[in-house]
Design a protein around this ligand. Structure first.
Ligand SMILES: [Zn+2]
Length: 166
């Protein structure tokens, strides 16, 4: 929590998860003192930034998506997403959380990727599925694609395989 120079708590006013020119590894938390109206911005890693968020806050990008929705849909989506955030214990509604909430919390699979997963030997399939979904979430991608599978496969299972072929 932040304390203003005037001695009062500062409250989260906004969150920018996609700083201009940034790589998504730093967020900007905007906090405001409601007594003297002092406004400060803190740039921090997502983990550190989350610690400064004192109430359920939509990131600028997520709010922008909500604002572009038709007026009769937006309040429903807002309620649905905020309920999801509470269930998940999240205070920041990011683009990733918005996507997860709208999909019921699961990462989607491109049908081609799903087919490929069926070819993975059963003993490692569950682990591969988990690893792929985790990687997609980390990157803010809403879907596991064949391209992502190829990349993860190369990283975990195929390392050196290509080199041996040379
Ligand atoms: Zn103040």
């Amino acid at each position: 929590m932040l304390v203003c120079g005037c001695g009062r708590w500062m409250h989260t006013e906004g969150l920018d998860e996609c700083l201009e020119g940034g790589d998504g590894k730093a967020w900007l938390v905007r906090s405001e003192c409601r007594a003297c109206r002092l406004l400060v911005g803190l740039e921090a890693t997502p983990d550190e930034a989350l610690a400064l968020v004192d109430r359920l806050t939509w990131s600028d990008d997520a709010r922008h998506v909500l604002e572009r929705m038709p007026p009769y849909v937006a309040p429903l989506v807002r309620a649905e997403v905020e309920a999801y955030a509470r269930v998940k214990g999240q205070r920041a509604v990011t683009m990733l959380l918005l996507g997860q909430a709208r999909q019921g919390g699961a990462v989607a699979w491109a049908s081609e990727a799903e087919q490929r997963l069926d070819n993975v030997p059963a003993p490692v399939r569950a682990m591969a599925r988990m690893e792929l979904e985790r990687t997609a979430i980390e990157r803010g991608e809403a879907e596991v694609t064949v391209a992502l599978m190829e990349e993860v496969k190369a990283r975990y299972f195929g390392m050196g395989a290509q080199k041996r072929d040379e």
